[in-house]
Design a protein around this ligand. Structure first.
Ligand code: HEM
Length: 334
């Protein structure tokens, strides 16, 4: 499928909502494969097979730096990443889709991703995998699979309303979530959200459910559609190393704290903006890696790769992601 076709199928459906209709007819044929395998198969159908590349977020750039935790972080979690000393990090910024050559300014390159691997000296690694959506289009792995399958069935010639239009109509959070995706002037000038809830656990066992928000210290800078279109195809992946050659790029890593009653298991529901944001620390990126292509091939960010002191919540998307990322990693490592 070409970029234009994906855009027509996905963004077209977002903008022109079809009448509500049952989605059952678009459920994939029952077979022995798992939801995650069906998800990866649908991604491959949409984006094509690109050996050695991620099934999603295929295009990216790897950089390095450090994370300096705040005092508030140490009070909320016993994890060593939050204990005080600066921790080395490896970070990958990415474009959405499984298209390794997608133009960075294309609407389909949204949401952009920010993945962080924290590497404290005691070896208790932590991965944080975020994107630029304010909330997620669907609540479960099955629904995400269904959305992708609907896209595969909504190419040119599909009867109206197309399967993806039907999906959007039946899942009103999906078009709303996708409408929050925006193109920045730089990977360093975008806000990234953890979307899924996790739990901070302190030394006394007190549990604090939260969601990550990662905010550029330089502020968010969003491009108009025309400005995004006028940018070179690699303007984001090339700008980040150039930016770091001139000076560091910093982000505040924040935790939005859930209040009783806030759902931790439905990523389609953002928590109210007036929920408290705790500053967990500062991410300071300082240099690009010498060979980003080689570095990204070896890297695997897993949303459940967590140290003692940070736990997954009851959000079913987290395990759905873990299953899919493992399959994608297995395929791209061959
Ligand atoms: C059921 C839901 C989801 C599925 C099935 C899914 C699937 C995938 C797959 C297959 C990859 C490639 C993994 C690899 O080869 O290493 C990937 C990468 C990624 N995903 Fe997801 N994803 C989901 C939800 C999310 C959410 C909620 C976020 C952010 C909040 C997210 C952000 C990312 C990012 C940033 C990457 C790139 C990771 C890297 O830099 O290596 N995804 N996703």
């Amino acid at each position: 499928m070409t970029h234009a076709t994906i855009r027509r199928a996905l963004l077209g459906a977002v903008l022109t909502l079809a009448a509500p209709a049952a989605f059952a007819q678009n459920a994939p044929a029952q077979d022995a494969s798992s939801t995650a395998e069906q998800t990866i198969a649908a991604m491959t159908k949409i984006f094509g097979d690109h050996p050695g590349k991620r099934s999603n977020h295929a295009k990216g750039v790897v950089v390095e730096g450090s994370f300096t935790p705040s005092k508030d972080a140490a009070a909320l979690s016993k994890a060593s990443v939050f204990s005080g000393a600066a921790v080395p990090v490896t970070v990958r910024f990415s474009d959405a889709t499984g298209l390794p050559e997608i133009p960075d300014g294309a609407p389909e390159a949204n949401p952009h991703g920010l993945s962080i691997k924290f590497r404290p000296a005691d070896g208790s690694e932590m991965d944080v995998v975020t994107n630029s959506l304010k909330f997620f289009p669907v609540a479960t792995g099955e629904e995400f699979r269904d959305l992708l399958v609907a896209i595969t069935r909504s190419g040119p010639g599909a009867a109206k309303p197309t399967p993806v239009e039907q999906f959007m109509a039946a899942h009103p959070a999906a078009p709303k979530a996708l409408a929050t995706a925006r193109t920045p002037s730089s990977f360093g000038r975008q806000v990234y959200n953890g979307v899924n809830a996790f739990v901070l656990v302190d030394a006394a066992g007190k549990r604090t459910p939260f969601r990550y928000r990662i905010v550029p210290v330089a502020g968010e800078e969003i491009l108009s559609a025309d400005d995004a279109k006028a940018k070179g195809p690699n303007y984001l992946v090339e700008e980040m190393p150039a930016r770091l050659a001139k000076g560091p790029a910093a982000f505040r890593v924040e935790a939005q704290i859930a209040q009783p009653g806030d759902s931790t298991k439905d990523s389609t529901i953002p928590w109210p903006e007036d929920r408290r944001f705790v500053d967990l620390g500062t991410l300071t990126l300082t240099k690009a890696v010498p060979d980003s292509q080689t570095a990204e091939k070896a890297l695997l960010f897993m949303p459940n790769n967590l140290p003692d002191g940070v736990e997954v919540s009851d959000d079913p998307l987290i395990d759905a992601r873990v299953q899919a990322y493992a399959i994608s990693f297995g395929r791209r490592s061959q």
